[in-house]
Design a protein around this ligand. Structure first.
Ligand code: F6R
Length: 606
């Protein structure tokens, strides 16, 4: 993935572009570049490494100009290098372009263009776009026409921001299967891959749709399809604020976002529940009551952390709403050939609302005539727009690449959706009353952060870790293992505790610690027996146990205490120590936990 920022307005573009790129650094950080246009001159700078290198390289130079495009790269075609960094341009230095996505037919295009005399300077797929437009300009077309002609030849996925250096009073943008938003300011417009890059600049956002081109001037915008026919657009108000997008007193976004847990759960249920009456009100689902009644089977499609939240959702929908559920990796669902009956609905769970596989799963569901639902954090994102109905998480921007607070809000939203769909409302009042207590209970766990930090230090030399849980805590164990892998690069596996003796137990020994999620509930005896088997093989055990539960004292080497709660709500508590454990493990190793190596936050390519 890469990140794009563009600016046109009355102000200076460089500071806007640099702060925007910094906010998008999670999308890629091997090289970066800017091009700024003023009075017939183009000022370009590219650098290897992170945005602060580019910032230093532009400091003191003349980069004034009120139109500009910029890019942070995550290499796909060609090594990270200045030559391969964007913006790319044509031979005549007229067409400047930054791109996110993949031009699938770039080899053919490049060969064709070289045959027509174009000289390429990089190994990227993107450069072919600039030369192709130049080629059409030679036919005497105007820039917009040449852009349309080029877009019709390009195959693949793209978000493009372009400037014609002969006319820098316009910024062009085009989108196909890669996210791109326009920010609307007073006498200025912004382009960005993701609205988080525009926090503090504007709250008014237009999401470009697939197959749209925007022609942006400082005082107006025109959005058309590839046939140059105007398309309607909506300006969405984003309620995110600058404070949410800054680290504040925290050393990392990941820690800040873990500590936002109590507020995130509150924000997910605020205004949606009446605990006394056991009632759940979800405005986003109210328009389709008959279709919801017709759901006989639910497929939850998601990726990564959102998939694990979906696995917890499976228990909610089956045990609370009596709806059979299957949770599938969106990347598998999209290519699977399975029979559907009309009572099947597909629920996409996605923080970003832009994950390519989840979007493809959703589109497949629609092609099959199925009802599509969504639980999405980013308002107005593609998945949110394309589902038939759904609810927003209201978790605020998640900046850390490793998802933490989004998981909590997804689990809360899945619970609310299951309660909403349940025909038998018995017991809902008790669950909702306890849900209201969850933020306070999370705070008690967060107060133990120093203890969890010490524990992660104790185990910092372990090369492997096993995470165990049962029922609701089984997906939580999978999520705990993923978090540890992502930010500390320690190998970790999540496993249903009952599955231990069917294989994984073979790995256990004094050097292979287990993190067991073992709160006191209807299945505690079973998990305790599983832990006995580990102890018998001298495997160290860190157990997450309920306050005052003494039964684990003799089994576990170390204990992390969580307040008692109802079993379905346990993941909202037990995941917190796992997130903190992973965070401290990564920090102790000196890694950048907000931007783990090789990972990007919203995975908008397949
Ligand atoms: C893990 C993580 C990823 C995402 C996954 C789905 O910490 O962040 O596994 O959960 O890429 O992303 P969304 O939820 O944006 O669809």
């Amino acid at each position: 993935m890469c990140g794009i920022v563009g600016y046109i307005g009355d102000g200076e573009s460089l500071p806007v572009l640099l702060t925007g790129l910094k906010a998008l650094e999670y999308r890629g950080y091997d090289s970066a570049g800017v091009a700024i246009f003023s009075r017939g001159a183009v000022k370009e700078k590219k650098s290897l490494g992170r945005i602060n290198v580019l910032e230093a390289a532009t400091k003191g130079g003349d980069f004034s100009g009120s139109t500009g495009i910029a890019h942070t790269r995550w290499a796909t075609h060609g090594v990270p290098s200045e030559a391969n960094a964007h913006p790319h341009r044509d031979c005549g230095r007229r067409v400047f372009v930054v791109h996110n996505g993949i031009i699938e037919n770039y080899r053919e295009l490049k060969e064709y263009l070289i045959g027509r005399g174009h000289k390429f300077l990089s190994e990227t797929d993107t450069e072919s776009v600039a030369h192709l437009i130049e080629d059409f300009l030679k036919d005497g077309r105007d820039f917009k026409d040449a852009l349309f002609a080029a877009l019709k030849m390009i195959k693949g996925a793209y978000a493009l921001a372009l400037v014609d250096s002969n006319d820098p009073e316009k910024l062009y943008a085009a989108r196909l299967s890669s996210p791109l938003v326009v920010g609307v300011g007073a006498g200025e417009y912004f382009l960005a891959s993701d609205p988080s890059a525009l926090i503090g600049r504007t709250k008014d956002i237009i999401y470009l749709k697939d197959g749209e081109v925007a022609v942006v001037r400082r005082d107006n915008i025109e959005i058309v399809n590839f046939e140059n026919v105007p398309t309607p657009y909506e300006i969405i108000k984003l309620e995110w604020n600058l404070e949410e997008a800054q680290k504040g007193k925290y050393p990392h976004f990941m820690l800040k976002e873990i500590f936002e847990g109590p507020e995130v759960v509150r924000a997910a249920f605020r205004g949606r529940i009446n605990a006394k009456d056991g009632a759940v009100k979800l405005g986003g689902l109210e328009l389709i009551p008959e279709k919801l009644k017709g759901i006989k089977r639910l497929v939850i499609a998601a990726c990564g952390t959102s998939y694990y939240a979906g696995l917890i959702g499976e228990y909610f929908f089956e045990e609370i709403a009596d709806i059979p559920v299957e949770v599938q990796f969106a990347s598998e669902f999209r290519y699977r050939r399975e029979p559907f009956d009309p009572g099947t609905a597909v629920l996409a769970v996605s923080q970003s609302g832009e994950t390519a596989d989840t979007l493809a799963a959703l589109r497949k569901a629609k092609e099959n005539g199925l009802l599509t639902l969504g639980i999405v954090n980013v308002v107005g994102s593609t998945i949110a727009r394309e589902t038939d109905a759904g609810i927003y998480n209201h978790a605020g921007p998640e900046i850390g690449v490793a998802s933490t607070k989004a998981f909590l809000s997804q689990v809360t939203c899945l619970l609310l959706m299951a309660l909403y769909l349940a025909k038998d409302k018995t017991g809902q009042s008790a669950l909702l009353r306890e849900l209201e207590n969850i933020p306070g209970k999370i705070e008690k766990i967060l107060a133990q952060a120093p203890l969890i930090e010490k524990l992660s230090e104790k185990y910092q030399d372990s090369q492997n870790f096993l995470f165990l849980g049962r029922r609701y805590n089984y997906p939580t164990a999978l999520e705990g293992a993923l978090k540890l892998k992502e930010v500390s690069y320690i190998h970790a596996e999540g496993c249903g505790a009952g599955e231990m003796k069917h294989g994984p137990l073979a790995m256990i020994g004094p050097d292979f610690p287990t993190l067991a999620i073992a709160p006191q509930n209807g299945i505690s005896d079973k998990i305790n027996s599983n832990l006995e088997e580990i102890k018998a093989r001298r495997g160290p055990i860190v157990a997450i146990a309920t306050e005052n539960d003494e039964s684990l004292g003799s089994l576990a080497s170390d204990l992390i205490r969580v307040p008692a709660t109802l079993e379905p709500l346990e993941p909202l508590l037990t995941v917190i120590p796992l997130q903190l454990f992973a965070y401290y493990a990564g920090v102790k190793k000196g890694y950048d936990v907000d931007k783990p190596r090789n990972l990007a936050k919203s995975v908008t390519v397949e």
